[in-house]
Design a protein around this ligand. Structure first.
Ligand code: SIN
Length: 282
C-alpha cells in the first residue's frame, strides 16, 4: 500500500507530507465533540496514510481521552503504572542532560502484549526550538518490497516479543532519562508471539511486524539463529523511502496506526525540554 492522495474526506482536509506515509489533517479542532462523519473521515485518513498529524490543538487530559475514545477503548500501559490519577496517560518527558529518551529506537508500541494497541495519539505540550522530531516507517511498503522468496520464507514464522529491554529492575533506564518506567521487584515480563507477516484487520493488507525493541527471536529458533535475518529485516523495514519525518510544534498531534508502522523519537533536543502526553487505543 503506497501513499494516496486525499479521498473520501468530506469534513476535513488531508495533505500528504511524504511519498511513503503521513498526512496532515486540517479543518478540525479535535477538542470539539466531533460528529460521526468527521470521526469516520479521520479514521479513513489514518488507514490511508498510516500516521496523521494535527497542528495548533489544545488538549487537556479529559479532551485527550475523549478524542482517543472516539477510535476505541483507552489502553492502560502496564509498564507506566505508578498509582497516578489517569492510568491511561503516559508522559513522554525529556529533560536537558537526559542520556536516553523514551522511544529512541525504531519500534511499534507495546508489542509484547497478546493484543498490542492499535494506535497511539501523542500531543506536544513543550517542544525544543529545533530537534526532537519523530520518524515513522510504513510496514506495508516494507513487506511489499521484499522478494517473493523472502516473503515465502517469512510467511510461516512467528516472532517472540517481550518487554525485558524496556522495563524491569535489571535496567538502568530510570537513572538516564526523565520518562520513568516500572522497575520494581514485583514487575514481571510479558511475552507473546506474533506472526512476522500480519494481515491488517481493517485494510486486509499484509505488512511486516517485527521491531528491534521487543522482538528477541523467531519462535522455534535460538537468538543466535534468528539475529542475522532479524537484523536484515530491521534495516530493510526503515529504508528512507518507507519513512516520513514529523517536526513538532507546541499543540501538534501525531496519531499513528501501531499495526502497520514503526516509529522512532530522535534524541537531539540537546539543552531543551520536550514534553508530550500520550494515549493508546486498545
Ligand atoms: C513513543 O515512542 O511513543 C514516543 C515517540 C516520541 O516521543 O516522539
Amino acid at each position: 500500500m503506497g501513499q494516496k492522495g486525499p479521498r473520501f474526506a468530506v469534513s476535513i482536509s488531508v495533505t500528504p507530507i511524504a511519498g511513503a506515509l503521513g498526512a496532515e489533517i486540517g479543518d478540525v479542532n479535535v477538542a470539539d465533540d466531533l460528529d460521526d462523519d468527521t470521526i469516520a473521515d479521520i479514521r479513513r485518513a489514518l488507514l490511508d496514510h498510516q500516521v496523521i498529524f494535527f497542528r495548533d490543538q489544545t488538549l487537556d487530559v479529559e479532551r485527550h481521552k475523549s478524542f482517543t475514545r472516539a477510535f476505541g477503548e483507552l489502553f492502560v500501559h502496564p509498564n507506566f503504572q505508578f498509582g497516578q490519577e489517569n492510568p491511561e496517560i503516559v508522559y513522554v518527558r525529556r529533560e536537558p542532560g537526559d542520556e536516553k529518551i523514551l522511544g529512541q529506537g525504531w519500534h511499534a508500541d507495546t508489542t509484547m502484549m497478546a493484543k498490542p494497541p492499535m494506535g497511539a495519539i501523542l500531543y506536544a505540550m513543550e517542544v525544543p526550538p529545533t530537534g526532537g522530531d519523530t520518524l515513522f516507517a510504513n510496514q506495508y511498503l516494507a513487506y511489499e518490497a521484499l522478494s517473493a522468496g523472502m516473503k515465502r520464507l517469512l510467511e510461516p514464522l512467528h516472532a517472540v516479543h517481550n518487554d525485558t529491554r524496556v522495563a524491569g529492575p535489571n535496567l538502568d533506564l530510570n537513572d538516564k532519562r526523565a520518562s520513568q518506567v516500572r522497575d520494581d521487584e514485583n514487575w514481571r515480563p510479558t511475552e507473546n508471539l506474533h506472526p512476522v507477516v500480519r494481515i491488517h484487520p481493517e485494510t486486509g493488507q499484509k505488512h511486516l511486524f517485527v521491531n528491534p525493541i521487543y522482538v528477541h527471536r523467531f519462535d522455534g529458533m535460538t537468538e543466535a539463529e534468528s539475529q542475522p535475518l532479524l537484523n536484515y529485516l530491521y534495516d530493510h523495514a526503515v529504508r528512507p523511502e518507507f519513512t516520513c519525518r514529523f517536526s513538532w510544534r507546541r499543540g501538534s498531534i501525531a496519531f499513528w496506526d501501531n499495526r502497520c508502522t514503526l516509529h522512532l523519537a530522535v534524541h537531539d533536543s540537546h539543552d531543551h525540554v520536550r514534553h508530550m502526553q500520550r494515549t493508546q487505543i486498545a
